[in-house]
Design a protein around this ligand. Structure first.
Ligand code: MF3
Ligand code: CO
Ligand code: CO
Length: 253
């Protein structure tokens, strides 16, 4: 499936359309995070998300995608990604990953954040901090003339030096008129491999970082991904554009 020559280079107007979708999504996530409270179910989080999406007259990108039933992926503690919202209750001391995608004027944006609810242990606090920094470290490599895997390698080096592991089974991706476009962007691997980055590439970079080992499993619901060892996991994602001036984060307010 990996056809690196098929990476779509966006025109300046297309990058701006992605940026507009990104800005709207960042606002949705900001509002959602402010309302997260212990006692809510993950279905409550999705309902909030659905309302915030509707307020902005944009389209949820995940609902119906390969049969996915909800607007948001809500993954708690040992859940890595793709948690299906349901009756699970969020408790004080939990970490909650929320991943949302929208479509605005035919362009997609995709972002994820992991937040703590109530007071977090130092162990979990550090995990969130390292994962968010890993995303920043990866984004910094998204510059013209770098190779794609410079992003991957920088993330892996950073995460492993801190004593954590990076998930191997799920990767970042190009994005634009589709949620998932070429190229795949692993969060691990050797540097200086893969396509050379060019102005006009729009990428979703999304490290998933585990406190324990990198292995994961998919639950019987066919979606929810958990760590194999049951230890916590965090996930941060931004949609970014490669520009001559350096990486531009599109999913920020
Ligand atoms: N948000 C995921 C990603 O970052 C994809 C979610 S798949 C869905 O690529 F089916 F849940 F929508
Ligand atoms: Co996402
Ligand atoms: Co994504």
């Amino acid at each position: 499936m990996s056809q690196k020559h098929q990476i779509k280079i966006k025109s300046p107007a297309e990058v701006e359309a992605c940026a507009e979708a990104g800005r709207l999504l960042a606002g949705i996530v900001k509002d959602l995070i402010c309302s997260l409270k212990s006692g809510m179910t993950t279905a409550d989080v999705d309902a909030l998300c659905e309302g915030l999406i509707a307020e902005r007259n944009v389209i949820p990108a995940f609902k119906g995608y390969r049969g996915y039933p909800s607007c948001a992926c809500v993954s708690i503690n040992q859940e890595v990604v793709h948690g299906i919202p349901g009756p699970k209750v969020i408790r004080d001391g939990d970490i909650v990953s929320v991943d949302i995608g929208i479509i605005h004027n035919e362009f997609f944006s995709d972002t994820a954040v992991t937040v703590g609810v109530g007071s977090l242990s130092k162990e979990l606090n550090d995990l969130l901090q390292v994962t968010e920094l890993a995303l920043q470290v990866g984004i910094t490599q998204a510059r013209v003339d770098n190779h794609l895997s410079d992003i991957s390698n920088a993330i892996q080096n950073f995460v492993e030096a801190k004593g954590y592991s990076v998930v191997r089974d799920f990767v970042g991706h190009g994005i634009g008129r589709n949620l998932h476009e070429e190229p795949e962007i692993p969060n691990f691997g050797p540097p200086h491999q893969g396509p050379v980055l060019e102005e006009g590439m729009v990428l979703a970079i999304e490290p998933m970082v585990n406190l324990g080992s990198w292995q994961t499993k998919i639950l019987d619901d066919g979606w929810t991904v958990e760590t194999l060892d049951g230890k916590p996991s965090a996930h941060f994602e931004h949609t970014i554009a490669v520009t001559k001036e350096g990486p531009r984060i599109l999913t920020s307010c």
